[in-house]
Design a protein around this ligand. Sequence first.
Ligand code: AP5
Length: 212
Amino acid sequence: MIVVLLGPPGAGKGTQGERIAAALGVPKVATGDVLRAAVKDGTKLGLEAKGFMDRGDLVPDAVILGIMKEALAQPAQAKGVILDGVVRTVPQAEGLAKVTGELGKRVSVVLAFDIADDALIARLSGRTTCEKCQTPFTGLVPGAPCPNKDGGTLVRRKDDEPDAVRNRLRVYREQTAPVLDWYERQGANVVHINAVGSMDDVMARALKAVGR
Ligand code: AP5
């Protein structure tokens, strides 16, 4: 089962992606996590991506298509995969369709997380993220140890600063929202999820949408 998570920044894709992946027993791939790890390690990919990410702009499609292709070819994904934020432009959606087609697979369901901008801004302004495991937290301060006890420290993401958040919301509306229309036109199984409510409530809606 290939599940595509789509939604604006802060909608809860990462939070629910982990939970859905655990419930289905499949891995999760998040391009944001892959790119942040590359930035942290100072690799060529990281150096190329950093400026785009800090401003809240999208990393070029060609870079993402390379990550997508490599990730989908992993044997660990034979049973399926949760794609968190991997598809953010129509060319990326077309690229994913091509890659999955070559592997004899197709996207099973697109989960669209619906939530208003003011709720997103409130969530992102209070978020800290573990620099090691990348888990997001609310109500904890930068510099605190990660509650997952992995030795990581909580940091505030550069793209959670107000200017970058405003840009990410604009980029989402202009470049990523049209991806939903593209999937609808392709006749894909697009399910809208109300992303407001407790994490458990949102998870129950998401699991129902993937048939659990
Ligand atoms: P990425 O890391 O994917 O950022 P994003 O899409 O902006 O999403 P976020 O991680 O900010 O939010 P989320 O929806 O995962 O919410 P979360 O679960 O953390 O990408 C970063 C950058 O990388 C992009 O801007 C771009 O530059 C680049 N990039 C990545 N993929 C790309 C691609 N395909 N193409 C081009 N560029 C790409 O939750 C948010 C907060 O809310 C947390 O604090 C959480 O604890 C809290 N929360 C979650 N659920 C709830 C709830 N139900 N109630 C209350 N609080 C909640």
